[in-house]
Design a protein around this ligand. Structure first.
Ligand code: ATP
Length: 879
């Protein structure tokens, strides 16, 4: 079979072309052999462009152009040393840019491998879960709604199967699928009997005969065509890039003016030219957007250590300003380990344990247990320490276990009552039905849904009597108040029509209830309380009954236990509109019987109210709500691939506590970004100001252009980025969320930037003049001025570890890179001062110990000024 013509063949023809048995799949040995031949089913992570190309790519930067021109002009003017230094700066700049870029890239690449994906494969007639990478051509894969299609293949079986192929074709409406052959020449988008890797099963279920894996799939084909993707721009990096562009323009204008003023004053052209270049290079924050990406990438790595994998970089910055978290109950706040603890027959009761129910001579109870086994998609199989174990949805496996616990044999019952027809469970319908041998069917589902369709109920002897709805509801209420998830079971009497029609006809016979417990996660309550302390609202959204929601909500501290806890239901959400909806949503923390579409309404209402919303979801239909929320959160273990693809963040362990950790990290990342900016901008501005001031004042430059280049190259790399590694400040989760619209550079921060710029300017100028006055040579005086400049930068770096409180009294964790970086900077500064080669290159001269002590003193003074400024503003703010 030639690649690309599977759609023209029948299923049997494809199977024989792939030498596999339809229905049984490949044998294990055969599969292993094929895997060795075809390689793993993954898209090789392309390393992107090579080293040389990435290095050269760094040259594509306006700043570098300026530097290259400056080097050429300097050389032409006979300033050989300057030309060499500027050339050196170009090389250093290139290397730094390269290292930064690779680092961010590596951090992000590592993440794509954290969430493992599995798929259901039939091998030697047995269905099992296998890593997607192990798939080979000829494998038989079973897919249901929400699954990501793991490889290309011919559809061998389709039940109401529809696929969302937007990833491949751009078509947003799901495409209906079937098994019939198609004429050759059918376009890819119209091949309704094929499924393609990377698309998602939107509805129904089916089986797929794998025809192509890994890079040989259509997706692999596309990836090969598309060049390595650019790292994602976030709103923040975009804003900063815009800011940096404006700043650059302003600086270029100032540099040109400085050049002109210098010339008018009769200063040498060459000197003025290098001064203008130094001003431009010193003051332009060229590394800003890249550095911000690095701070974010480091945040991503930190979050992944705490089990939250960020899929889109913007989520890192948004997380820190989250004001409300909407979370599922099952699996996120609770363990999703369901155990049936109570059963009741019809509306009669009494409420019994599993063993008691098994021992009771009650036909309704017996059929309740039987319905639990038959109207069930989980697989009862195998034995573990003598007991049957089951694989599938926890709600359904719990029913197999309860039947086994009551003395029934689920495997034998399944074999005896073969399934003819099924109405699958969906979160909207909240019930499921099946029909079996003998034309008898069963329904299970949410109590309201089932009860509404029952005309009669079964008594202990198995006879039908009119249903007593009032007693049934009473019984239901008692079970729900215990925090249990209650399912009602009913029988579909023999009749004609599809199972859906027979259920809707409404003459079901109520059999009984099974109620299951799902213990709250151990750390959930503490994490919810931590969110409350941090000013973040937590809203619990569940498909379960309001009573169950109240009880579980209180157990995990979403609401305080007590009578009359308000709950909004999905129906309420539908009924309310506009302001009334918003007001009700704002007041309420518990939402019950909510369907995925209603979740979307809920998110929209919260967004309208100005909230920054994080929302969890696991089902295929949750995808729209996940996309709409500011941060869509999907589950790494439970949940569907569809939800994961729509999410911004995936929780590796499904725990609510991991969302709370991610928010905490998000706040830390944002703090570090501000600290980085607070440090970087004044040093840039200060450097520029020194040049401008000297030229305008018509005095000698206290710091030479090449020295400015030196400061900029060394401190920006060694000192500034240490702020990305700052530990979180204490109390980070006891302050309210950052207002979403608050700018990055607040008025307070701008004021601090001005203050420190002025300090740097003054320190360099005064030192230079004082040293000259004290009899130092101009070279010595400049070397001292540079030493002071760097010393103040280091002192200010320490001060930046906290922006609002004084760093002296705040108890901070250790920053692992701070001391080594400062030590390295001091070492470089010593070389700069004492190495003869450096003296020639940079026009420096050795200085005495007294000059160093003066530098230290001035740095201490500058530090004191900044800390005093913090205290002063803290006092003023309190007023
Ligand atoms: P949560 O929103 O708390 O995570 P959930 O999403 O698991 O809960 P759904 O799965 O939508 O909630 O279930 C809603 C209701 O449907 C349940 O309360 C239960 O009554 C019923 N139900 C759940 N699973 C099944 C099933 N497999 N078959 C029939 N009915 C079910």
């Amino acid at each position: 079979m030639a690649a690309g013509e599977a759609h023209t063949l029948s299923v049997d023809e494809v199977a024989s072309a792939l030498t596999t048995a339809p229905g049984r799949g490949l044998g294990d040995a055969e599969a292993a052999e094929r895997l060795a031949a075809s390689g793993p089913n993954s898209l090789a992570v392309t390393g992107g462009p090579g080293v040389v190309r990435r290095l050269i790519g760094q040259l594509h930067n306006p700043l570098i152009y300026v530097l290259l021109v400056a080097a050429a002009v300097s050389a032409a003017l006979g300033e050989g040393v300057d030309a060499v230094v500027i050339g050196g700066v170009v090389v250093v700049n290139m290397l730094v840019g390269y290292v930064q870029e690779s680092r961010a890239q590596r951090a992000l690449e590592a993440l794509s491998r954290i969430v493992p994906t599995e798929t259901t494969v039939v091998r030697a007639g047995v269905a099992r879960r296998l890593p997607v990478e192990d798939l080979v051509p000829g494998d038989l894969v079973r897919l249901t709604a929400g699954d990501r299609v793991p490889a290309d293949g011919r559809i061998a079986d389709a039940r109401l199967l529809e696929a969302d192929e937007s990833a491949l074709t751009g078509e947003s409406e799901p495409a209906a699928k079937h098994t019939d052959r198609l004429p050759s020449g059918t376009l890819l988008a119209d091949r309704a009997n094929m499924l393609y890797s990377g698309t998602v099963v939107a509805r129904g279920s089916g089986e797929l005969l794998v025809t192509a894996t890994g890079t040989r799939t259509q997706l692999g084909e596309i990836q090969r065509l598309v060049a390595a993707t650019e790292p994602e721009a976030t709103p923040l990096t975009r804003k900063l890039a815009r800011f940096a562009r404006w700043l650059t323009l302003a600086i270029v204008v100032v540099a040109a003016l400085t050049f002109g003023v210098g010339l008018a004053r009769g200063l040498p052209v060459a000197d003025m030219f290098t001064a203008a270049v130094a001003l431009a290079v010193g003051a332009i924050p060229e590394g800003l957007p890249a550095a911000v990406s690095i701070v974010l990438a480091i945040g991503v790595v930190r979050m992944s250590r705490r089990k939250a994998v960020v899929r889109h970089l913007p989520a890192v910055e948004t997380l820190g300003s989250t004001t409300v978290i909407c979370t599922d109950k099952t699996g996120t706040l609770t363990e999703n380990r369901m155990t049936v603890t109570a059963l009741a027959a019809g509306s009669r009761g009494p409420v019994l344990g599993v063993r008691e129910a098994g021992a009771a001579q009650d036909e309704a109870l017996r059929q309740t247990l039987l319905a639990g086994v038959l109207c069930n998609d989980a697989e009862p199989r195998g034995t573990a320490d003598g007991r049957r174990v089951a694989a599938g949805d926890p709600t359904e496996t719990a029913l197999h276990r309860s039947a086994a616990g009551a003395g029934l044999d689920p495997v034998a019952l399944r074999d005896r009552h073969l399934r003819w027809d099924v109405l699958p469970f969906t979160s909207e319908r909240r019930l499921m039905g099946t029909v079996h041998t003998g034309n008898v069917g069963y329904v299970k589902g949410a109590v309201e849904e089932v009860l509404a369709r029952c005309g009669s109920e079964l008594d202990a002897r198995g006879l039908r009597a009119p249903v007593d709805r009032v007693s049934a509801r009473h019984l239901h209420g008692a079970l729900v108040d215990r925090g249990l998830r209650v399912l009602a079971f009913a029988r579909i009497e023999p009749g004609t029509g599809s199972v859906a029609e027979r259920i809707e006809r409404g003459d079901l016979t109520l059999l009984g209830f099974q109620a299951m417990q799902d213990p709250p996660r151990e750390d959930a309550a503490a994490a919810v309380r931590a969110c409350h302390d941090a000013g973040i609202e937590v809203k619990m959204i569940t498909g379960d009954h309001a009573g169950t929601a109240r009880s579980v909500g209180a157990a995990v501290s979403v609401v305080e236990a007590g009578p009359g806890i308000p709950v909004l239901t999905g129906a309420d959400l539908e009924r309310l509109h506009g302001d009334r909806l918003d007001a009700a949503v704002g007041r309420t923390a518990l939402f019950a019987r909510v369907s995925p579409e209603q979740k979307l309404r809920l998110v929209r209402s919260l967004l309208r109210q100005g909230h920054v919303v994080a929302m969890t979801g696991d089902g295929v239909n949750d995808a729209p709500a996940l996309r709409q929320a500011d941060i869509g959160v999907a589950m790494g273990r439970g949940g569907t691939d569809a939800a994961r693809q729509a999410a911004d963040m995936v929780l590796v362990d499904d725990r609510f506590a991991s969302i709370e950790s991610a928010v905490e990290e998000g706040r830390g990342v944002f703090d570090n970004l501000r600290k980085f900016l607070a440090w970087t901008l004044p040093t840039n501005v200060g450097e520029g100001l020194v040049v401008v001031a000297a030229v305008l004042a018509g005095v000698g430059l206290p710091i030479l252009p090449v020295q400015i280049l030196w400061i900029n190259m060394t401190t920006a790399v060694l000192l500034g980025l240490t702020m990305a590694f700052e530990p979180r400040e204490p109390g980070i989760m006891s302050r309210p969320p950052r207002p979403p619209r608050q700018p990055l550079l607040t008025a307070g921060l701008l004021r601090r930037i001005c203050l420190v710029s002025a300090l740097l300017l003054g320190a360099a100028f005064l030192t230079y003049e004082w040293e000259l006055g004290a009899g130092a040579s101009p070279d010595e005086a400049r070397t001292s001025a540079v030493a002071v400049f760097v010393a103040v930068q280091i002192a200010y770096l320490i001060s930046c570890r906290t922006l609002d409180a004084t760093v002296l009294t705040t108890r901070l964790g250790r920053n692992p890179v701070l001391v080594p970086s400062v030590a390295a900077m001091v070492g470089l500064q010593l070389l700069f001062t004492y190495l003869p080669g450096m003296n020639v290159l940079f026009g420096t001269a050795p200085i005495g110990i007294a000059a160093w002590l003066r530098a230290l003193g001035i740095a201490a003074l500058a530090f004191a000024v900044v800390e005093a400024d913090k205290l002063l503003w803290a006092v003023l703010r309190r007023r």
